[in-house]
Design a protein around this ligand. Structure first.
Ligand code: DX5
Ligand code: ZN
Length: 225
């Protein structure tokens, strides 16, 4: 798994919301591998974005995986709504989930892939012994809440640790990194073991999405070949 070409996941947080459908179609045409959807509730993070209605609206526009990142308190209360809206994967924050195993089971019961995200200040040990059955570990490389922030390289130690645990314990999750990913930061993330690169401004902030996806893929692949 770790030698496969990393996947590129444009974050629609940086898209033009007045033309969201066109933007989703455009990044699929540009070669994106999945669509990253940032859900913020104004409580877990100091920003407010979108809910299941928006996921439902973009669902028919793309065949790509809708990778829903729930930056919300009590995420278990909205899992069913996002699954019904057409999410393929639901990622909850370890900081928001006292019963992580129960939440992961609930996501699977709804027919979705289950992810767990970890914020920069949270020690990786918060995930120790809690990754059984997890399909995705999302390592935040900025403080969640806003796009366009600078990548925090220290979080790559966490990536290396969960990759070690995956090999040691025979787990099968992919590792996704989110925040400040661009051509200059992608190689280090891939070298540390990330398989999925979320990128908001590095794609939607560029005039040519095809070139932006290709540039990011080339920067990532340069490390893996
Ligand atoms: C931040 C979000 C990210 C954000 C990334 O809270 O989880 O997905 O959109 O944006 P960039 O790539 O601009 O750092
Ligand atoms: Zn995100």
């Amino acid at each position: 798994m770790s030698t496969a070409t990393p996947k590129i996941a444009p974050s629609i947080l940086a898209a033009d919301f007045s033309r969201l459908g066109e933007e989703v179609r455009a990044v699929e045409m540009a070669g994106a591998d999945l669509i990253h959807v940032d859900v913020m509730d104004g409580r877990f993070v100091p920003n407010l974005t979108l809910g299941p209605l928006v996921v439902e609206a973009i669902r028919p526009l793309t065949r790509l995986e809708l990778d829903v990142h729930l930056m919300i308190v009590e995420p278990w209360t909205l899992l069913q709504a996002f699954a019904a809206a057409g999410a393929n994967s639901l990622t909850v924050h370890v900081e928001a989930c006292p019963d992580l195993a129960g939440t992961i089971s609930r996501i699977h019961a709804l027919g979705c892939r289950a992810g767990v995200a970890i914020n920069p200040p949270t020690p990786v040990d918060a995930l120790a012994g809690r990754l059984d059955g997890v399909d995705r570990v999302l390592v935040m490389s900025v403080h969640p809440g806003f796009g366009g922030q600078s990548f925090m390289p220290d979080v790559l130690d966490k990536v290396r640790r969960v990759v070690e645990w995956r090999a040691r314990d025979g787990f099968d999750f992919d590792v996704e990194i989110d925040g400040g990913i661009k051509r200059s930061t992608a190689p280090a993330a891939v070298a540390a073991g990330c398989q999925v690169l979320v990128a908001g401004t590095a794609i939607f902030g560029q005039p040519d999405y095809t070139a932006a996806v290709a540039d990011l893929r080339a920067a990532a692949a340069a490390r893996t070949t």
